[in-house]
Design a protein around this ligand. Sequence first.
Ligand code: DQA
Length: 140
Amino acid sequence: MDILIINGPNLNLLGRRERSIYGDRSFEDYLKELKALYPNDTISYFQSNHEGAIIDQIHAVGFEIDGIVINAGAYTHTSLAIADAISAISCPVVEVHISNVHKRETVRHHSYLSPVCTGVIAGFGLDSYRLGVEALKQII
Ligand code: DQA
């Protein structure tokens, strides 16, 4: 299977950013472990702090690969444009969050992406990404 993980804004700072919420591990470090769990699958990674770049990436792969795991960061709560990009493509998309957004500020409870994603995983730390990959493998 060919899967792309997309991380949105500020997630390049994982390991250094608000460690009490997001942990002390960089995503690059975690990704090595995740890839090792799935030696027969291709797991690629894209991160951007820019909404348009995330949309371009969704367009670039969304008709070609088997699935996307996306943590759009704060764009989750603001971006109708990323939601439209997800609606436009043909592969399944799983929305993930490191933190349990529903336990946090009210502004984080609403997601523009959830209604257009296959499903949502939130609150399991970095393991949310592995659970997202597992979910894709179940439905593809
Ligand atoms: C996040 C939750 C968002 O509310 C926040 O803006 C993030 C990270 C998470 O993974 O828990 O940047 O998506």
